[in-house]
Design a protein around this ligand. Structure first.
Ligand code: PCA
Length: 213
């Protein structure tokens, strides 16, 4: 069994729902044993001062093989697999705890950036193969998603934890787009679920190949 911690975020800003929460909750109710996945999920608050500690505690508790983090990015038209987390907090809006750091590091004197340690290109290709648009993205922004992405990479590096991890941004759902004041791209939750499932399948295959070496 491949142990995967999958995280989503609560809603933030003007949105009342977050597809990353919906997706994580939906996948949590499904049985993944046929794919040899043991899935653990966590919904994080959109709060710079709380979210990293919650996820770090879960990583220690669970010692998963993988940590896949999900969040919403309303301007994306495809499932966006992030390649890089940067050591910068520069919040465009206050987070849910009303904090708004500007030009601050995620980790003082930490490395400038970390690359995702997930098989990002294979994940993108697998999603495209089943007809679900996915792309590789060079920026996870400078808000709480990038912060958590960076903190998890840093936590695993400094504690020598053998946990591969990375971040995936999701588009808005059609329901959210319909309520938006201006037209925004969207993707149905069912399509995102299908894309995510096939991406997790890639992750599991990667682990099997490593184990067989
Ligand atoms: N998206 C935000 C934070 C939470 C979420 O779902 C971001 O992109 O940073």
């Amino acid at each position: 069994m491949t142990r995967i911690l999958l995280t989503g975020f609560e809603s933030f800003g003007s949105a009342t729902i977050n597809p990353s929460e919906q997706l994580a909750r939906r996948l949590a109710t499904e049985d993944h044993s046929a794919d040899e996945i043991e899935l653990f999920t966590e919904i994080l608050p959109v709060a710079a001062r709380h979210a990293p500690a919650i996820i770090e505690r879960r990583l220690i508790e669970l010692q998963p093989d993988y940590c896949v983090m999900l969040g919403l990015a309303e301007d994306r038209s495809a499932i966006s697999i992030e390649r890089v987390a940067i050591n910068l907090l520069d919040f465009r809006i206050p987070d849910n705890a009303n904090d708004q750091p500007i030009d601050e590091p995620v980790v003082l004197a930490g490395p400038e950036a970390y690359f995702s340690t997930l098989p990002v290109r294979a994940m993108r290709d697998a999603s495209a193969t089943i007809g679900i648009p996915a792309e590789l993205s060079l920026t996870a922004g400078a808000f709480v998603c990038n912060q958590v992405f960076y903190r998890v990479q840093h936590f695993c590096a400094v504690n020598a934890l053998d946990i591969a991890s990375g971040f995936i941004h999701l588009p808005a759902t059609p329901e959210m787009a319909a309520q938006a004041p201006r037209p925004i791209p969207s993707m149905s939750l069912d399509a995102m679920v299908a894309g995510l499932r096939v991406m997790l399948g890639v992750v599991v295959r990667e682990q099997r190949e490593h184990v067989s070496f």
